[in-house]
Design a protein around this ligand. Structure first.
Ligand code: SF4
Ligand code: SF4
Length: 357
């Protein structure tokens, strides 16, 4: 099971997507529980993945170091804005399996949403992580808005060098409405994905698998089945532990009642599993096996209403159709030995990449 641990509710940036720190009365800025309870819960699960989250998790770097030193887990992950990496010594960085750095694409775009100078800091930190010997999966984690050009931004991040994967999430449903999501989807997003997918396949024909995380993960689901239901695991086998000791189904659902699963010290991993089911319209949707409902938070909250929910579904379905069309060619490349399963299969464990953007 995946345990996402908020080390703090505080953040040093004020990105336009989330506006910065959580109010401390909602997510206190340091853990208010006995950390031995966290150790007990995580170590009672032989397949535990421990992921650090915030706020900005490195604002509580001592807690991250304590957990890495004291909590046994199968895998370690951190999602950070990449501006405070110096707070963790190199030997700790080398212990992560996966590091996700937030960056949205080209420089002006990243800085418009995350703050002036953020792009340069993140890129230089990404390069530094490789220099200090981090050999794990380094993921550029994009938030995608109506200013994003998915083709331009994914290609740009892949070209930088240090990132092994690029992943994105659409900034929809929990954010304000876009000027026109349907227009952006039909004129920029889906055509951009089509162009990317075509180049991705061309590269694969030469045995090279570009690290476009949603492509690899959806293709893996089509070919082999990686997950069941919600791809991020929310409500099923991923939980978030807030700084006040509450355990919730999704890391951003910090005050929603449907998300509350229990409290640290009172719940076992089995109590937390399979707790928030997904129903209609997803369970009878023909795309459900791959989409899984996309995002439990969006499914539950529907800030854009049912019509807005369906508009996002059209983006998901267009993307899945693209991968379904590419699947026979990918199968051919696999059976011809041109592409190896181990290079395509993704994610190798739930590394917090939500699969469906
Ligand atoms: S495409 Fe929409 S309706 Fe279909 S499974 Fe995904 S979220 Fe649910
Ligand atoms: S995809 Fe949605 S439900 Fe899953 S972790 Fe992200 S916000 Fe929560």
């Amino acid at each position: 099971m995946l345990y996402i641990v908020h080390t703090t509710g505080k953040c040093n940036l004020r990105c336009k997507y989330c506006g910065g720190s959580f109010p401390p009365q909602l997510v206190p800025w340091s853990p208010r529980y006995d950390p031995r309870l966290l150790k007990e819960l995580v170590e009672s699960d032989p397949d535990a993945i421990l992921a650090f989250y915030g706020g900005e998790p490195l604002l509580n770097a001592p807690f991250v170091m304590w957990a890495l030193d004291n909590i046994e887990a199968r895998h370690y992950v951190i999602q950070t804005n990449g501006t405070l990496n110096h707070l963790l010594p190199p030997e700790y960085w080398r212990r992560f399996d996966t590091v996700l750095l937030s960056i949205d694409g080209v420089e002006w775009l990243t800085d418009k949403y995350r703050g002036h100078g953020v792009y340069r800091r993140v890129v230089s930190e990404a390069r530094r992580l490789r220099r200090i010997g981090f050999t794990g999966d380094l993921i550029a984690r994009m938030a995608v808005t109506e200013d994003s050009d998915i083709y331009r931004d994914v290609k740009h991040l892949l070209s930088l060098g240090p990132f092994s994967h690029v992943h994105w999430q659409l900034d929809v449903v929990w954010s304000d409405r876009w000027r026109s999501f349907p227009r952006w989807r039909d004129e920029i997003y889906l055509p951009g994905l089509e162009r990317l997918a075509s180049e991705w396949l061309d590269a694969m024909a030469h045995g090279e698998v570009w690290g476009i995380a949603p492509f690899k993960a959806v293709m893996s689901q089509i070919l082999w089945g990686v997950y069941e239901g919600m791809p991020c695991g929310a409500g099923r086998d991923a939980v978030s532990i807030l700084t006040d000791g509450r355990i919730v189904a999704c890391p951003i659902a910090v005050s929603e009642e449907w998300a509350l699963l229990g409290r640290l010290g009172e719940a076992t991993p089995d109590d937390l599993r399979d707790r928030v089911p997904v129903g209609e319209p997803c369970t009878s949707c023909p795309y459900y096996r791959v989409c899984g409902g996309r995002c439990l938070y969006a499914y539950k909250e529907r800030f854009w209403g049912d019509e807005g929910f369906r508009e996002v579904c059209r983006a998901t379905q267009g993307f899945i159709d693209l991968m379904l069309r590419a699947a026979p060619e990918v199968r051919r490349l696999l059976s011809g030995g041109i592409v190896k399963k181990e290079n395509l299969y993704y994610p190798p464990f739930n590394n917090t990449v939500e699969v469906i953007p």
